[in-house]
Write a protein that binds this ligand. Structure first.
Ligand SMILES: Cc1cc2nc3c(=O)[nH]c(=O)nc-3n(C[C@H](O)[C@H](O)[C@H](O)COP(=O)(O)OP(=O)(O)OC[C@H]3O[C@@H](n4cnc5c(N)ncnc54)[C@H](O)[C@@H]3O)c2cc1C
Length: 285
């Protein structure tokens, strides 16, 4: 359980980091919280010749307001997100989601940027940022670009990030006045979602849904938006029957995975149950 030898580099600026990445892009890994990368290196499933530690670049771990948005630095930890008063006030779905990740130790080290860049199909934050229509900022040798959350993930551990790009921030909308919830079914041993459901919901005074977004993780090779559920519920009065009927559409056209945690049939059923519960939790929250 000892990693293969590597050279360690710890730049103080994004420009230095990008230059280093460009120079070594076939043989370098970015080190953020290390919670996914270091186990892979210890098991020798990853053997980078160079580690680029972005932990000493100042300003990457801030959470700040920007008009009707909140911008979260890539190095903000899950624990920072969970405890942020600003996010609790202006974008409650993120603290709700971060609080469910693993244990305190992992949450103290793991980061927003690492979680997204790693593109684990069972990662929790991808479901939330997809439901929020967030944007991800990536910086590379040609400058910066903003990527829509829904376009970011390609599949198992794959994203649209280029090897010489660094995620530096995530921009989420302020959601005051909306109702949000994140619910997941997960084995105690890992905490990773078998099914995780993020809900963002606007209700009028008669409990009619004017807008709903549902992000799902753990079920397919990447997190996805349950568009048929959203379409089925928009403009409807939300009672249990309507929610259950819509939730049954949450795996429509999805290639549901199976693994040691459950068959595709079990996961499909669990998804319908958790979508129903997450929408109810958002309504009652
Ligand atoms: C015991 C355990 C339980 C866990 N349970 C959960 C869970 O329940 N839910 C969950 O969502 N996650 C879970 N995780 C994963 C955890 O959330 C990790 O923190 C996260 O997946 C990776 O974040 P990191 O900052 O540790 O990234 P690292 O491990 O440092 O990096 C992960 C990958 O992303 C790349 N990378 C990192 N930062 C950037 C960046 N800014 N730009 C570009 N590339 C970058 C790295 O090069 C590497 O390939 C668990 C981890 C452990 C060890």
């Amino acid at each position: 359980m000892i990693p293969a030898p590597f050279e360690y580099y710890s730049p103080r600026s994004i420009n230095e980091a990008v230059d280093f990445l460009s120079a070594h892009k076939d043989d370098v890994k970015i080190l953020a919280g290390g919670q996914s990368l270091l186990p892979l290196m210890k098991m020798r499933l990853a053997k980078p010749g160079y580690l680029l530690d972005i932990g000493r670049i100042s300003g990457l771990d801030t959470i700040v307001e920007d008009g009707n948005h909140v911008i979260i630095g890539a190095m903000a930890t899950h624990a920072q997100i969970e405890r942020s008063d600003l996010l609790r006030r202006r974008c409650s779905l993120l603290p709700q989601t971060a609080a469910t990740i693993a244990d305190v130790q992992v949450r103290n080290c793991g980061t927003m940027g690492g979680s997204l860049a790693h593109a684990d199909p069972a990662g929790d934050l991808p479901a939330a940022i997809i439901a929020l229509d967030a944007e991800i900022k990536a910086v590379g040798p040609d400058g910066e670009r903003w990527i829509k959350a829904e376009d970011f993930f390609l599949g198992l551990l794959m994203s649209v990030l280029e090897p010489d790009e660094i995620v530096t921030a995530v921009r989420v909308p302020a959601t005051e006045g909306e109702k949000t919830a994140y619910l997941k079914a997960a084995p105690r041993s890992s905490g990773f979602a078998v099914v995780g459901v993020a809900v963002r919901l606007t209700l009028d005074s008669s409990q009619t849904c004017s807008r709903i977004a549902v992000g799902i993780t753990g079920v397919a090779d990447k997190a996805y938006r349950a568009e048929r559920v959203e379409k089925a519920l928009a403009g409807k009065k939300l009672d249990l029957k309507a929610i259950e009927q819509a939730a049954a559409e949450s795996t429509y056209n999805i290639d549901v995975i199976e693994d040691i945690n459950g068959s595709a049939e079990y996961r499909t059923h669990l998804t319908h149950v958790y979508v129903t519960r997450a929408i109810e939790a958002a309504m009652n929250g």
